[in-house]
Design a protein around this ligand. Sequence first.
Ligand code: A3P
Length: 308
Amino acid sequence: AKDQGWVLSHLYQYQGFWHPSRQLEGVITCQRHFQARDTDIILTTSPKCGTTWLKALAYVVVNRKTNTPTIGATGNNKQNHPLVTNNPHELVPFLELKVYVDHQVPDLTQMPSPRLFSTHLPVDSLPLSIKETGCKVVYLGRDPKDAFISLWHFANKLRPPHGGKISLEEAFDKFCKGVSLCGPFWDHVLSYWNYSLDNPNTVFFLKYEDLKHQPKLHLKKLAEFWGCPFSLEEENNGVVDDILSLCSFEILSNFEVNKFGKLSSGEDNKAFFRKGQVGDSANYLTKEMIHKFDQISLTKFHLSGLNF
Ligand code: A3P
């Protein structure tokens, strides 16, 4: 099935989910060729659920012995950190959007472990080796209403000037019908929720809202899950706080590279930073829209134990 699309190009339905046409070839190549390793870390999300933030955190945590995360008063150390000069999407590449594009099948065997990758693919579309190895998968989910509003803004930012803006009503209608980037949104998140319940040792399900409310607690859990827990000494030296600060919306979005740079795929880095808050959808959605969203969530998540 094909839809005219409201984010990026036309959307095509593949294995039950909607993908932009330019992404489909990457999806298929990655499914065929990606060989996961036990030591890999795979970050999975629906678009606009905090992927950029999770990538920054994972990159800094995993590489903290080589790149000190401190952003001390002088800013000296900060200047040296790769996150200052690279958007997180360049440091942790999407399998289907960056690694396997243009029919490329790069040799990833020389990359040092742990390798960090990300994907928007739903569970059933993941390359088989991800499920067959013991690699660590983290899913970051987000309240559907906030994810939708974030996606709507993102779509309008990326649309070419002559393409016109998509109205909130039209975007809402499509999103609710499941027609959105990697949608249906509810099936995507539910697929990972169930997957995490079945594989608690290799799949970590986290909500954007929880990471926002208790960042320290969840970052410590993530580091442990990734096999690089914080030592007491690190905690006492403020390393966890330094990492959270370096990756915070305020600091990250204000780096020159994120204000003025572009991804190799062409998007402005600043498109990935808007407000970074919980509950912003309340400023946009009507009562009726909220009701409809909540009804869909109730029906889809019924008896699953998942809620936002
Ligand atoms: P909003 O549009 O609600 O502000 P993704 O990275 O998956 O594309 O998600 C983008 C959303 O995450 C945007 O949400 C963006 O502002 C928010 N975001 C980006 N960096 C963040 C950070 N460091 N901390 C919290 N939220 C962040």
